[in-house]
Design a binder for this molecule. Sequence first.
Ligand code: PLP
Length: 377
Amino acid sequence: MKAELIRLAKKYGTPLLIIDHDKIRANYRTFKKNLPRVQAYYAVKANSNQAIIETLFNEGASFDVASYNEFMQVYEYLKHFKPKEKVFFIWDKIIFSNTIKDSDTLKKIKKYRPLVTFDNTEEIKKIKENCPTAGLVLRLKVPDIGSQVEMASKFGAEPGEAADLIKQAFDLGLAVEGLSFHVGSQCVNFDNYTAALQITEQILSDNREKGYNLKIVDIGGGFPAAYDSQVPEFRKLAGIINSECDRLFDKGIEIIAEPGRFMVGTAATLVSEIIGKARRDGKIFYHINDGVYHTFSGVVYDHWIPNFHSFSRGPKEICAVVGPTCDSFDKISLAEHLPGNLKIGDYLYTENIGAYSTASSTKFNGFDGARILHINK
Ligand SMILES: Cc1ncc(COP(=O)(O)O)c(C=O)c1O
């Protein structure tokens, strides 16, 4: 494995992001095997690389998009289907899980009859005016305690507002098809899912009594990637979700999910190169050719904890690893346990860097960011 990383880095240059499609397929299959009742709508935002979408489409995934551009990236694989060929709830719908969509986007997607989420009155009016063909999914605010990235401060209707919002939408002639939530990304506190499912069931049954039969429960993303041995097992979470869903929802309810990180987080490795070395206040600073404005953007936006490994051995000490830009903010880590004898030109590698990495990379300071190499495609 290490020899192969070095070979690829020498052949293609660094920084090099190696995306392993066998791993993406394995993650997808693990998800499906453990959650047989749940249709996975891959959250394209985690990594929108076209080859990843293609691999997941070939595996049978559906898709969750955040923008018109992501929508069209997915639609590429669906456009040849005749309406009858679109398997129900797999490719007949793409879900826009972004609760706020601009009017232009809504106008453009009207002809595709997508699913769209909402969590407020203004959005209902906007959907009515610009995309009345959509199926609506009400996003609920649920606990996201202990998740790496919280969601509740920006998204979701309070459960107490749900009945009113659903009625408003129906009164305007729109079709509310279901409820959704997101327990926060990299959710390791499985009680968040249990609580969210319970809240969802309560709202479904209240609405049923009022004559509104919602059919979709969208359990969002948050499924934790196995970054290290501290992360609780996905199998355990799946067991909880399966038994809660069977307890709470009859078979007529379609359960869908929007996993992003789980599918791609562990599927990529980055090889970077040391381009400078200095001692600052007594600590070794390894300056490498990738940083927080580029593939390590997740350190900022995703609260991601980076990892660095060297290919050679030597006495280890606490070192800083920093990016190539002129900005002093571009520090990836101030405490990496690395050999102190690494030299300029040596490579480092970082595992599990497939989600929210290149997705939010910029061209800051004129650096292109990592070259992407697909293996096992
Ligand atoms: C609405 C929505 N769905 C799904 C996801 C994917 O979440 P995750 O990568 O935690 O699975 C996100 C991530 O931000 C999101 O905002």
